[in-house]
Ligand binder design. Structure first.
Ligand SMILES: [Zn+2]
Length: 309
C-alpha cells in the first residue's frame, strides 16, 4: 500500500503546487499596452513577466494610426500604457483612451507613462502649425528613442513607475534596472567607438525621425525631404533640394521603412550613382534586421558606416 499513499501524496503536492503557481502568475502578470515597439522592447527588458501588447509596428507611421477596435480592447485590459507623448500619438491615443474607458490609463493616472515627460526634447516649435500643418511637434521632437542616452533616462523613470504599480516587486525591479543600466552603458560606449568615423557625415532625410540619432553621433542632416514637417515630399521641393545639394552632396538619402521610399530613391539617383538611398527602421522590428533595442542601434550604425565615403 505504501506506493499508493506515496502517489497520492505526490498528487496532492502537485495540485497544491499548481494552485500556488497559478496564484503567482495571476498576481504577477502585469498587462502593458505599448504604443510603439521601442517601448514594448524596453518593458520586456525591465518587466519580463509582463504581458505586453504592442499597438504599432515598424512599418506603420506612429503619427497616424487608426483607432481600431482591437486597440481599444487592448487598452481596456491594460494596467499600464507606455507611450511616447509629446503629441506623437495626439491623433489616435486620446480617442483610444476615451473609448477604452479604463481609468488606470487616463492621462496623469499611475498607469499612464509618457516617455517624453522624462527627457529633454530638442527643436520645439512653439508657434505650432494649425490642424493642417502636418506633424509639427510643437512640444519638441518626440522621436527620443533613437538616442540611447535618453532611452536610459526613460528606462530609469519607467522602473520607478513599475515599482509604484507593483510595490511587492520593488527589489526585483531595482535589480533588473541595475543590470540593464550596466549593460546599456557598456553598449553606448561600444556604439560611440564604432560610429566615431560617422562624425561630420552629411545626410539628407525625410522628416525629423532620426534627429536625436544624428545629434548623438554628430551626423549632419543637411536637408529634409519634407517641404513642411509631416508633409510628404513634393516634386517642387525635391527639385529645389536637388539644386541646393548638387554643390554640397550628402553621403546618403535616408527614409524610414514606414515611409514611401520613392522620393529618397529619386533624389539619391539624381545626386549620383554613389549616393545610396537608405531605408532604415525607425524602431524595433518584428524579425530581422532589428528585433531588439540593441540590434536597432547596431543595424543603424552598420548601415551608415557602409554608406560613409
Ligand atoms: Zn515626427
Amino acid at each position: 500500500m505504501q506506493p499508493i499513499r506515496s502517489d497520492r501524496h505526490r498528487w496532492h503536492r502537485a495540485i497544491v503546487g499548481c494552485a500556488l503557481c497559478l496564484l503567482a502568475t495571476s498576481t504577477q502578470a502585469l498587462t502593458v499596452f505599448a504604443c510603439e515597439p521601442e517601448w514594448a522592447a524596453l518593458v520586456r527588458e525591465l518587466a519580463p513577466h509582463a504581458r505586453v501588447h504592442t499597438a504599432t509596428h515598424a512599418l506603420q507611421d506612429p503619427h497616424h494610426i487608426e483607432a481600431r477596435p482591437s486597440l481599444i480592447a487592448a487598452l481596456r485590459r491594460a494596467d499600464l500604457a507606455v507611450c511616447t507623448g509629446a503629441e506623437l500619438e495626439a491623433g489616435w491615443l486620446p480617442m483610444l483612451q476615451q473609448r477604452a474607458g479604463n481609468p488606470r490609463v487616463h492621462d496623469r493616472a499611475e498607469g499612464m507613462f509618457f516617455a517624453s515627460d522624462h527627457v529633454e526634447l530638442i527643436d520645439p516649435q512653439p508657434e505650432g502649425g494649425g490642424p493642417f500643418a502636418g506633424d509639427v511637434h510643437a512640444a519638441g521632437n518626440p522621436h527620443i528613442h533613437l538616442d540611447p542616452n535618453r532611452v536610459r533616462e526613460v528606462a530609469e523613470a519607467l522602473t520607478r513607475q513599475l515599482q509604484a504599480l507593483e510595490p511587492q516587486q520593488q527589489q526585483q525591479y531595482q535589480q533588473r534596472w541595475a543590470a540593464f543600466d550596466a549593460q546599456w552603458q557598456t553598449r553606448i560606449a561600444q556604439w560611440e567607438r564604432k560610429a566615431a568615423p560617422l562624425r561630420g557625415m552629411k545626410v539628407a532625410a525625410q522628416h525629423s525621425t532620426f534627429a536625436y540619432f544624428w545629434r548623438w553621433l554628430h551626423v549632419d542632416q543637411v536637408a529634409d525631404l519634407e517641404p513642411r514637417p509631416g508633409m510628404p515630399p513634393t516634386p517642387g521641393h525635391l527639385q529645389g533640394l536637388l539644386t541646393k545639394l548638387r554643390s554640397a552632396r550628402p553621403e546618403a538619402v535616408v527614409a524610414t521603412t514606414y515611409q514611401d521610399g520613392r522620393s529618397a530613391r529619386w533624389l539619391a539617383s539624381q545626386l549620383g550613382s554613389d549616393t545610396p538611398a537608405l531605408s532604415l527602421p525607425a524602431t524595433v522590428t518584428e524579425g530581422a534586421p532589428a528585433p531588439s533595442l540593441p540590434a536597432l542601434f547596431d543595424h543603424l550604425i552598420e548601415q551608415l558606416l557602409a554608406a560613409h565615403r
